[in-house]
Design a protein around this ligand. Sequence first.
Ligand SMILES: NC(=O)c1ccc[n+]([C@@H]2O[C@H](COP(=O)([O-])OP(=O)(O)OC[C@H]3O[C@@H](n4cnc5c(N)ncnc54)[C@H](O)[C@@H]3O)[C@@H](O)[C@H]2O)c1
Length: 273
Amino acid sequence: VSECRVAVVTGAASGLGLALAERFAADGMRVLLSDIETGPLEAAVRSLRGRGYDVRGRVTDVAQHEEVAALADEAFEVFGAVHVLCNNAGVVKRGRSWDLTLDDWRWVLDVDLLSVIYGVRTFLPRMIAQRDGGHVVNTASMAGLLPMPNLAAYSVAKAGVIALSESLQMDLVAEGSDIGVSVLCPGFIATRITESDRNRPTGRGEVSPPPAGPRTTAGVSPTMDAATVARHVADAIRDRSFWVLTHESYAAVIADRAAGIGAGGHPTVPPVW
Ligand SMILES: NC(=O)c1ccc[n+]([C@@H]2O[C@H](COP(=O)([O-])OP(=O)(O)OC[C@H]3O[C@@H](n4cnc5c(N)ncnc54)[C@H](O)[C@@H]3O)[C@@H](O)[C@H]2O)c1
């Protein structure tokens, strides 16, 4: 990704976002990290600067259109350009489809889907006008391709991110733009996503009770770390690959699902890797 010189990453204080920021910085890019969590964001920026990297931080709630717009303004004002945009911040709320409250739905859809729409609306016009290449990486999930029980809101949001990414890619081609798109669909990676409630706003206070039974990922040991996912993303940007599936074993399950659609099958619970 070295010819892409400035990267902006949302949800960059933890997990996959932090690993992406570290990868880009190590590859020689200038990076604007953003996150809703002030302390962890400052710590991440300090740590990266301590390693000699050219990075900045900006506290941003991606659920707020005007905050994403302000993030874009800062990126273009300070760096003069944006070459890689990672719409990565995300949260999860478990619950049966009919138990999830409207606050649950709105929180998850705001942070996981509307945020990506805000990123596309606020960054893309200027990235296209730059005529200097670039790449958009939207973090979806395997749950967007293989919806999971107790994860309706999350699966809906992530399926939306995938559809948006596909339309965006086609719109850019039709425009003759040299900006690429990738959609990251990770399997299970050990991060703080299971502690998403730490960032739930008080205005989304009606919380559904947790569903009976263990998490889908209970007892599953993650087989990949965030740094490896970030390397896959950097490779995808370089190679202009659209789909970034962290666990290749999912490809067969996705093909089964597609075949089931054609054959009139019913949804089944996908395996977790
Ligand atoms: N970890 C996994 O297994 C997995 C699998 C598939 C997809 N994902 C996706 O990866 C992305 C990153 O999550 P992660 O696993 O690194 O979890 P994480 O909790 O470690 O990191 C998510 C970051 O997003 C930030 N964030 C939360 N709400 C925000 C808001 N409103 N505005 C700005 N930032 C906000 C958090 O503070 C945190 O730093 C998410 O979109 C998630 O859905 C994760």
